[in-house]
Design a binder for this molecule. Structure first.
Ligand code: GDP
Length: 362
């Protein structure tokens, strides 16, 4: 992309990597997201997780608190992780950014007893095609016969504390899973044996029920992002915002609104935006930018808080006129000091790509 028509000096900064959760139905995607949210809510602490529209942000210091000895904040400069709240590969494939996947990294959840299932195969193909780095969460380790749970423990400690019998049952399941990954063309191993995450998939044994292994999972995600996505996380924080529509929703008092994941730049409460629509791109002016109110402050009629501007990476609700024809998965762009026609063209080009890729999936 060209920067020639940008009048402002770039202010590069690092944004939060966006994380998606994929896997077969019932393998524990939703439970795992809930567990991550639950274990990262540290009450009364400044900088704890924040609920965005459609996403949850876990800052680095909280990742490091949950991960304990596994993560030293000094090893990272990325600000944390932003988890997309809607799991599943349907949302993954419809959510794109500039031709790539909206998610920067992914968790592939596999029930360790059940192993590979049809949607696991689909998900892994999608991840391979979009070249999205991912980690495998070998979930439900607590259902291993004879398992003695150690809630929220790192995997090594709880593994060592099990009986020989429980350990060898789990080992057997894990090796079968590693074999299935290898049959699917991925060299994989237990994550602590993986030296190079670019050539090998790390498998993290976890339980979304007991939280065992969740510290390890957060550690591996943070490490993957830091090592392999860092350059892509360098954005012009003050540039015109770019994002993807998660959902188009009626909202009482606001009419049709867009739930958007912003992955670049900023959007202001009075700015002109271009959004992909059913027939043609929609040009409209933001009427309100909305964030969820913190839980403690929620009153029934008043779920949202208005903000003046918001910067990537973030989930935000945009209220504006004329959004009825907007589409989930479509690009959103802030016009700012650019020519509207150029921005419309950009949105059209990207929409064509989204449509092609959706058609290919059948
Ligand atoms: P999803 O369809 O992939 O989102 O799966 P869910 O998160 O809805 O989980 C499916 C079922 O498995 C639910 O009944 C969960 O309570 C259960 N489950 C998920 N993770 C675990 C786990 O780690 N251990 C146990 N024992 N049950 C789990």
């Amino acid at each position: 992309m060209s920067d020639t028509d940008s009048h402002e000096t770039e202010t590069p900064s690092l944004r939060t990597p966006i994380v998606a959760v994929l896997g077969h139905v019932d393998h524990g995607k939703t439970s795992l997201l809930d567990k991550i949210r639950g274990s990262t809510v540290i009450e009364g602490e400044a900088g704890a997780i924040t609920q965005h529209i459609g996403a949850t942000a876990v800052p680095l210091d909280i990742v490091s608190k949950v991960a304990g000895k596994l993560v030293s904040p000094d090893d990272f400069d990325l600000p944390g992780l932003l988890f997309i709240d809607t799991p599943g590969h349907h949302s993954f494939t419809t959510l794109r950014s500039r031709g790539g996947a909206l998610a920067d990294i992914a968790i592939l959840v596999v029930d360790v007893n059940d192993g590979f299932q049809p949607q696991t195969e689909e998900a892994i193909n999608i991840l391979a095609q979009s070249q999205t780095p991912f980690v495998v969460a070998a979930n439900k380790i607590d259902t291993t016969p004879g398992w003695n749970p150690n809630p929220d423990s790192p995997i090594k400690a709880t593994y060592d504390a099990q009986s020989d019998r429980a350990r060898s049952m789990l080992d057997q399941n894990l090796y079968e899973l590693i074999g299935e990954l290898s049959d699917a063309g991925f060299s994989a191993d237990l994550y602590w044996r993986v030296q190079n995450f670019q050539n090998n998939i790390g498998v993290v044994p976890v339980s979304a029920e007991t939280g065992e292994g969740v510290p390890d999972l957060l550690t591996v995600l943070m490490g993957l992002a830091q090592r392999y996505m860092r350059e892509d996380m360098e954005i012009d924080v003050t540039g015109p915002g770019a994002g993807t529509v998660l959902e188009v929703k009626e909202e009482k008092g606001f009419g049709t609104t867009l739930d958007v994941v912003l992955y670049d730049g900023t959007v202001g409460a009075d700015e002109t935006i271009v959004v992909g629509g059913k027939n043609a791109p929609i040009v409209t002016d933001v009427r309100a930018l909305l964030k969820p109110r913190p839980l403690a402050e929620i009153r029934t009629e008043d779920r949202f808080e208005k903000v003046d501007s918001i910067g990537a990476a973030a989930g935000v609700k945009i209220a504006a006129p004329d959004l009825d024809d907007a589409m989930a998965g479509a690009p959103v762009r802030v016009v700012r000091d650019r020519e509207i026609d150029d921005v419309i063209e950009e949105v059209e080009a990207e929409l064509a790509e989204v449509e092609v890729s959706t058609a290919e999936e059948g």
